[in-house]
Design a protein around this ligand. Structure first.
Ligand code: FE2
Length: 154
């Protein structure tokens, strides 16, 4: 394995996790309205997941002789729930792409199978995020359509 290349790739992953930590934490603070209790907790849970993943990746970067980044990318902000959820879906899809790239690079080194497994474990959780948010947004839109139909019928 080229450790420097792997460290760069993992730092890109870590930067994304720090971005998610800030974006999800802010969303949990600013969300208001009737669904605040539900979404504030959901966003806070996602922020904690980013922190856990950041810890796993940061520890691995140091194991490989690198320095974990403290930088993050710019975050997407909104105080409208559906927009927040769309930003979250974008975030999780990008996380999946970053972990897929990191796994491809790690697979070039058969001696570090454990790194592939670590990244795959996290990838499963990122994909779960994409699936959950996708369902949430889909049901939300379908429900709106049904409500419109019902009110027209009434
Ligand atoms: Fe993550």
């Amino acid at each position: 394995m080229n450790p420097a290349k792997m460290v760069d790739q993992l730092n890109e992953v870590l930067r994304h996790e720090w971005t998610g930590l800030a974006q999800y934490a802010q969303a949990s603070f600013v969300v208001t309205g009737l669904w605040r209790e539900v979404y504030s907790q959901m966003f806070w849970g996602s922020a904690q997941e980013c922190l856990t993943h950041g810890q796993q990746i940061g520890e691995k970067i140091v194991s490989l002789g690198g320095v974990p980044t403290v930088e993050r990318n710019s975050i997407k902000q909104s105080n409208e729930i559906e927009e927040m959820l769309n930003f979250s879906l974008d975030f999780e899809r990008t996380a999946v792409a970053h972990y897929v790239d990191a796994i491809q690079l790690a697979e070039e080194s058969p001696e570090d199978r454990a790194l592939v497994i670590l990244l795959e474990d996290i990838l499963k959780q990122e994909q779960q995020g994409v699936d959950d948010l996708g369902k949430l947004l889909r049901d939300h839109r379908q429900m709106s359509v049904n409500i419109d139909k019902n009110s027209m019928a009434g």
